[in-house]
Design a binder for this molecule. Structure first.
Ligand code: SF4
Length: 454
């Protein structure tokens, strides 16, 4: 068992706690209600999803050309494009930008790709102050906690817990209302935005035809940060590129309604390069991150995962996420799409345990706005794990036992207690420590049919 796998089991235990469950189920329940209502905004939601599916597939198939076109147009607009092979490359590029300009403080947006490159830990190691500009993430930073969910990073905290964090850190009075807390944090964030000279963000989409970077948010802090920074650095996975600005009419409403349940994000910005006036960043750099994405692109089956627009809908509806929580995944990409992408990007050896974090209920596939067949991709990952295990004597013995058992009528009809014992051995010794094993029928169908003389 890898260290990651052992850690996964420990972290799952944290979520086995009534209070924790209640908070997660309450918050995901609110999201699901809003999401269900948002479907009313579409005359034909399935048709729109089909359009998005075709568009995303077209983008993946032409990624190479679209990226080169994006670079050409973005350079023409006065920006600069850098290509990062992996996380270390991206970190070095960011350090070069920050260090060469003698930047005192950096601010960042809520973005999974910035977590993917380990930005916070990297800058902390370099002793460079980093400010979070997202309200939820700002609170988490004060408590030294990582985000729990990509769209609602502090969904695991109750109002009282947030009040406690702000009280400990800033002496905010303990019975503050939600509105008072939000206003307080917004004020803190505004002050920090004024101090930081570099703003680092992700990108929702990269527009190949005009060299534009699309950023969507609900708080308006990204646009404020970008407007006040001297330098704007964008880190974007190479999968973020889409052909044209017109495509946003399909993707932006789908992304917003699936992320939060609201028809559109409150603030949508397209930035084309450095500012042409006295205000806004005088330098804009886009770091295009590969980090294993081109390997995924080369695999006909799993490449569909790169269509993900990171709306977080699959995470919010997944029963496994609701039970094991966001921290158990141990990586920035959580929930169903994390279950697909993490083992493929970071290695099956360390992350094969994630392929078991799925009951194959299909909810993620049902809600995905770009029609990624997530559960099929999880099954494909399981197949890859099983293929890798061929030759492992213990695994092969287990499979032989299962086959032998299923083929033998005598074994299938054996006593209930013996079946239970075998299931425990075959499935996983730890699988039934926290939940009860389903009751087995006292007699098999074959036995019943003989008795009833069917
Ligand atoms: S199919 Fe698996 S990953 Fe998808 S929602 Fe169901 S349990 Fe979660």
């Amino acid at each position: 068992m890898s260290n990651w796998s052992a850690q996964f089991k420990k972290d799952c235990e944290i979520a086995f706690n009534e209070e924790h469950w209640q908070k997660i189920n309450y918050n995901t329940g609110c999201y699901e209600k809003r999401f269900a209502n948002s479907r009313d905004n579409y005359r034909n939601a399935e048709l729109e999803k089909q359009r998005a599916y075709i568009l995303c597939n077209k983008s993946l198939m032409n990624m190479e050309k679209l990226l080169v076109d994006f670079e050409t147009h973005f350079n023409e607009n006065g920006g600069n494009v850098l290509w990062a092979r992996d996380m270390e490359d991206a970190q070095e590029m960011i350090w070069e930008i920050v260090n060469r300009r003698d930047i005192k403080a950096v601010m960042r947006s809520n973005s999974e790709v910035l977590d993917e490159i380990g930005l916070n830990a990297f800058l902390a190691g370099k002793k460079k102050p980093l400010f979070e500009t997202h309200v939820g993430r700002y609170v988490l930073q004060q408590a030294g906690q990582a985000p729990y969910h990509p769209v609602f990073p502090a969904m695991h905290l109750s109002k009282e817990e947030i009040n406690g964090i702000l009280h400990d850190r800033f002496k905010l009075k303990l019975d503050s209302s939600s509105k008072q807390m939000v206003n307080f944090v917004r004020h803190q964030v505004s002050q920090e935005i004024e101090q930081a000279q570099v703003c680092i963000t992700g990108a929702n989409f990269l527009l190949s035809d005009v060299g534009g970077v699309v950023l969507t948010e609900n708080e308006g802090n990204i646009v404020k940060s970008c407007a006040s920074a001297k330098v704007h650095v964008v880190v974007a996975g190479i999968d973020k590129v889409i052909p044209s600005m017109e495509d946003l009419s399909i993707l932006l409403p789908l992304s917003a309604s699936h992320a939060t349940g609201y028809p559109m994000a409150a603030v949508n910005t397209i930035t084309f390069g450095p500012s042409q006036t006295d205000q806004g960043p005088h330098e804009m750099i886009v770091i295009l991150l590969n980090n294993g994405r081109s390997d995924l692109l080369g695999n006909e089956v799993v490449r569909q995962s790169l269509s993900c627009i990171h709306c977080g809908a699959c995470i919010s509806v997944c029963p496994v996420f609701k039970n094991i929580g966001g921290y158990a995944y141990g990586t920035p990409y959580k929930g169903p799409i994390g279950t697909v992408m993490t083992p493929l990007m970071l290695g099956l050896d360390d992350y094969e345990h994630l392929t078991t974090a799925c009951s194959l209920c299909g909810r993620c596939t049902e809600v995905c706005p770009v029609k990624i067949p997530i559960e099929d991709l999880i099954i494909e990952n399981r197949r890859l794990v099983a293929t890798e295990r061929i030759g492992d004597a213990k695994f092969e013995a287990l499979v032989r036992t299962m086959i032998g058992h299923c083929k033998s009528r005598k074994k299938m009809d054996c006593a209930q207690w013996l079946k239970r014992l075998e299931i425990k051995q075959l499935v996983n010794k730890n699988a039934f420590t926290k939940r009860t094993m389903p009751e087995l029928a006292p007699r098999s169908f074959s036995q019943l049919s003989k008795e009833e003389d069917l």
